[in-house]
Design a protein around this ligand. Structure first.
Ligand code: GLU
Length: 461
């Protein structure tokens, strides 16, 4: 049987990283087996937002390079179908109408709590044959098994055995006829032909209920994989502040999709101690049975490290295209490749890379006060002036040639490297940051280098 997986978000307006990881695992499991990856929008409560949510999800999928198969399924459009199954279960005596009022339900709950019992429906209408009470619209409850265990093998957690007494005759349709969450999820997963359900372990306790539905309707039960949550670096629930934000924010923050996916795949899955995975490699290697049992921690340094790696590896044309969104357009710039070579290793994000490039392509209009104070003191002015003269004379064109001029001034003036390096750096870049000076000068060219040095000299008292 071909593998079918799905991603089934409740529409919240955007896709966040936790959701993207679940989607990625499901997508990879399908790709690995040349199966299908389906998308279902669970919008029974929020029908209004489903289109926007779908668009946000598809936009994020497109950015990271994941696609889904077939039409998007909307639960909000399947009420007739759910109704059919409710009627079927009623007709077969596998579900029943419960006329318990809110007050009765509250009283039952309080009584159970007073006895320190687990609160559960007591089945009082399960075999009811009398005349229904007046004025109460019934809910529909499914007949859950009353003894034995509900068992399934979870691909992550292992063997799960839940005592039947833990699952009461839960509501499958409310008094207004609306079907409930666990009922529709089970029906959809079955009808959509799911073979493997991969989802967050916050859903683990829904699974026995869904199995009750599968069994009542005679559906095949899929394999389940409940993935442990992503925690923050302190081991607590990941919040918005930690990075549980819209996937598209990562684009704005200058992350490459390949870095984000690589980061996410390692949150809960591993292959030996390998850290870097291309998408192709993930597809070949991913097996949901290898998903880790324990929860994983979001680690920003790791994400930055991966992003730096993918920026360094990216072909220049790709970076040139991406950088346009970050205020840098190197299209047609003859020095583009030299600029990128000088800066590529200094940007952990595209935002940082763009900043580094701007430092190179625009002369500093002011100098960072602290850097200037440190760099432009003592003989700095005189050293810079001699250095500019040397450059004018030698007219270096390569990184090596610029380096040689630096070595020469150090030798001739019997000074430490910092005595030229520091004032030169602040003259050219405005502060102590930036790429290697020889590389920077090679990119700027001798005229621009001298112009920036002279501008600095004029500023030094
Ligand atoms: N709609 C659920 C959610 O967004 C997921 C349901 C499932 O994966 O079974 O949390």
């Amino acid at each position: 049987m071909s593998v079918v997986t799905r991603f089934a978000p409740s529409p919240t307006g955007y896709l966040h990283v936790g959701g993207l990881r679940t989607a990625l695992f499901s997508w990879l499991a399908a790709q690995h087996n040349k199966g299908a990856f389906l998308l279902r929008i669970e919008d029974t409560d929020m029908a209004r937002n489903s289109e926007a949510a779908k668009d946000a999800i598809l936009k994020a999928f497109e950015w990271v390079g994941m696609s889904h198969d077939g039409e998007v399924v909307y639960q909000s459009k399947r009420f007739d179908l759910y109704k059919k199954y409710i009627d079927q279960l009623l007709a077969e005596g596998k579900a029943y109408k419960c006329y318990m009022s809110k007050e009765e339900l509250t009283a039952l709950r309080e009584e159970q709590m007073a006895k320190k019992e687990r609160t559960r429906y007591d089945g009082r209408y399960r075999d009811f044959t009398g005349a229904p009470p007046e004025g109460v619209e019934p809910v529909i409850r499914i007949k859950a098994p009353q003894e034995g265990t509900i068992s399934f093998v979870d691909g992550v957690k292992g063997e799960m055995n839940i005592a039947a007494t833990e699952v009461d005759d839960f509501v499958i349709a409310r008094a207004d006829g609306a079907p409930t969450y666990n009922f529709v999820v089970a029906i959809d997963d079955a009808l959509m032909g799911l073979t493997d359900v991969i989802r967050g372990d916050d859903h683990l306790y829904n699974t026995p209920k869904q199995i009750v539905v599968y069994n009542a309707l005679g559906f095949d039960i899929p394999n389940f994989y409940h993935v442990a949550m992503i925690n923050n670096e302190q081991g607590k629930k990941l919040s918005k502040r930690d990075g549980a934000t819209d996937v598209m924010d990562y684009k704005t923050m200058g992350y490459l999709p390949e870095a984000l996916l690589n980061f996410l795949v390692r949150l809960g899955w591993s292959h030996g101690d390998q850290e870097i995975f291309s998408l192709e490699e993930m597809i070949v290697l991913f097996d949901p049975n290898d998903i880790n049992k324990s929860s994983s921690n979001y680690n920003l340094d790791k994400l930055l490290w991966l992003n730096a790696h993918y920026i360094k590896e990216a072909p220049n044309e790709k970076l040139i295209a991406l950088l346009k969104d970050f205020g840098v357009d190197l299209t047609g710039n003859a020095k583009a490749s030299a600029i990128l070579t000088a800066t590529k290793e200094r940007g952990k994000t595209l935002v940082e890379l763009a900043e580094q490039i701007k430092l190179l392509t625009t002369a500093p209009t002011e100098y960072d006060a602290k850097s200037a104070k440190k760099a432009f003191k003592g003989e700095a002015k005189e050293i810079l002036s001699t250095f500019a003269d040397m450059l004018a004379l030698v007219q270096p064109t390569t990184k090596e040639a610029y380096h040689a001029v630096m070595e020469k001034i150090v030798e001739e003036k019997e000074i430490g490297f910092g005595k030229i390096g520091m004032p030169l750096r602040v003259s050219l870049m405005g502060s102590m940051t930036g790429a290697g000076m020889d590389e920077v000068m090679a990119v700027l060219g001798v005229d621009e280098t001298i112009a920036r040095i002279e501008k600095a000299i004029a500023r030094i008292e």
